[in-house]
Design a protein around this ligand. Structure first.
Ligand code: NDP
Length: 433
């Protein structure tokens, strides 16, 4: 805590992991001898830089850019960029730390990193976003490379931003190095299913959590918070798997549509027009927009928090339990507060932590890297089948590890130990570096 003052989200993420890996540390004294815990909590490299840019009126803005290259024991640094006004160094460190374990859980050869900026793309014109992305990349490019560090998207960074970032990288380096960024558009090295992958993966993971309990998503009412990339494609896959998403949100409030969210309308409002979520309720009869109340009060059997960190607190978890919710899967990174996790677990609600449940996005990114390296491009069906297989395997790894370490059904313990063990083994093998 003293070494990283004020980084509350980073402390929260580290505490959650350290609280559950004790049994693995006890079983492997060689990890303690090599100070794996101490090393794993310290990023390999942290880059902070100035990002000056000019808006459409000619005003100059100065934002701060970050890239925290956390751990490269398993492969090149890999993890998204977040553009959001709330981004601080501690935010990026918490996300980078989570990413190390998440990437390990996928079984793919990728290290962990995260980056971003306190730039707010909401309400900015395309040209402003482009100028910002170009300025951001003008510094970041020197730290990237397909064998070194490969960013992707996160909040506020979608296909538009990745296109501008890749265009600038290509221009500066004079290299069409597709494998340097993932989540790209399909015409310039992007992969099928990357856009859908985090949301689809989150739904697949939930399907597995329910399957081992002899249940399924069929006929379930589901609440998904957020209405960005993760939320939209979670809703799409939940509907395909027979569930009905009755509410989703943005930072202004939520919409409740008891007949099930109309996905085409939601995509039009959010992806095409980039409007607020209230516009959805204005365009369809039977839906209501609610602000100033919690989305978790909407009755459901399954909840998939897919917006941002610490959005599901004790009051929300208590409401979910009261209304008969049986399973919660984290589509976002650390959306559930530690106390809320306890409320859910003590009530017997199945709980899937983000580092397992939302790993589909980074897994599809690793598949995009494979396709870029071999100059290949797989079909949608093949890519989705690979994604599903990876999510089923991640679920099995967490489930079996939890059983092995005496915590059956506890996916938090299973995910943390399974991810930690893989990184720790690689770090031991690589020596003191
Ligand atoms: P987007 O920027 O596409 O969407 C974020 C959504 O969350 C927006 O609808 C946003 O609303 C909403 N939101 C933000 N803050 C709040 C809040 N305080 N209360 C309610 N809603 C809020 O981001 P993504 O969908 O990409 O990411 C969502 C989460 O998933 C993040 O935690 C991210 O780290 C995680 N994640 C993303 C992956 C990816 O592949 N994209 C991979 C793995 C995890 P508004 O527009 O009003 O801000």
């Amino acid at each position: 805590l003293d070494r990283n003052p004020g980084e509350t989200e980073f402390h929260q993420a580290v505490r959650e992991v350290l609280e559950s890996i004790g049994p693995a540390v006890d079983r492997h004294p060689e990890y303690a001898d090599a100070k794996i815990v101490e090393r794993i909590c310290e990023p390999e490299r942290q880059i902070i830089f100035r990002v000056p840019w000019e808006d459409d009126e000619g005003n100059i803005h100065i934002n701060r850019g970050f890239r925290v290259e956390f751990n490269s024991a398993l492969g090149p640094y890999k993890g998204g960029l977040r553009f959001h006004p709330s981004v601080l160094l501690g935010t990026v460190k918490f996300l980078g730390f989570e990413q190390v374990f998440k990437n390990a859980l996928t079984g793919l050869p990728i290290g962990g990193a995260k980056g971003g900026s306190d730039f707010d793309p909401r309400g900015r014109s395309d040209r402003e976003v482009m100028r910002f992305c170009q300025s951001f990349m003008l510094e970041l490019y020197r730290h990237l490379g397909e064998h070194t560090d490969v960013p992707a998207g996160d909040m506020g960074v979608g296909a538009r931003e990745l296109g501008y970032l890749f265009g600038q990288y290509k221009r500066i380096t004079n290299r069409y190095e597709s494998g340097v960024l993932t989540g790209k558009g399909l015409l310039y090295g992007g992969a099928q299913v990357r856009r859908e992958a985090t949301g689809y993966g989150s739904a697949f993971f939930m399907e597995e959590m329910l399957r081992v309990r002899g249940d399924s998503l069929e006929g379930k009412d589901v609440v998904v918070s957020g209405s960005g990339n993760v939320a939209i494609y979670t809703i799409e896959k939940v509907h395909q798997l027979g569930g009905r998403v009755v509410a989703c949100s943005d930072s202004t409030g939520f919409v409740h549509d008891p007949r099930g969210i109309d996905l085409d309308l939601l995509k039009d409002v959010k992806e095409v027009r980039r409007e607020r979520i209230s516009a959805y309720a204005e365009k369809i009869a039977g839906a209501t927009f609610v602000s100033g109340r919690s989305i978790w009060e909407v009755p459901c059997q399954v909840a998939l928090p897919s917006a941002t960190q610490n959005e599901l607190d004790v009051a929300g978890a208590t409401a979910l339990v009261r209304n008969g919710c049986i399973a919660v899967g984290e589509g976002a990174n650390m959306p559930t507060t530690p106390d809320a996790v306890r409320v859910l677990q003590e009530a017997g609600v199945a709980f899937g932590p983000g580092k397992a449940a939302n790993a589909g996005g980074v897994a599809a990114s690793a598949l995009e890297m494979q396709q870029n390296a071999s100059r290949d491009s797989w079909t949608f069906e093949h890519s989705e089948a690979r994604l599903r297989e990876i999510m089923v395997n991640i679920h099995a790894r967490c489930y079996e590890t939890a059983e092995e370490y005496g915590a059956p059904g506890n996916y938090v313990t299973g995910a943390n130990i399974a991810g930690y063990a893989r990184v720790a083994e690689a770090m031991l093998g690589l020596g003191l570096i």
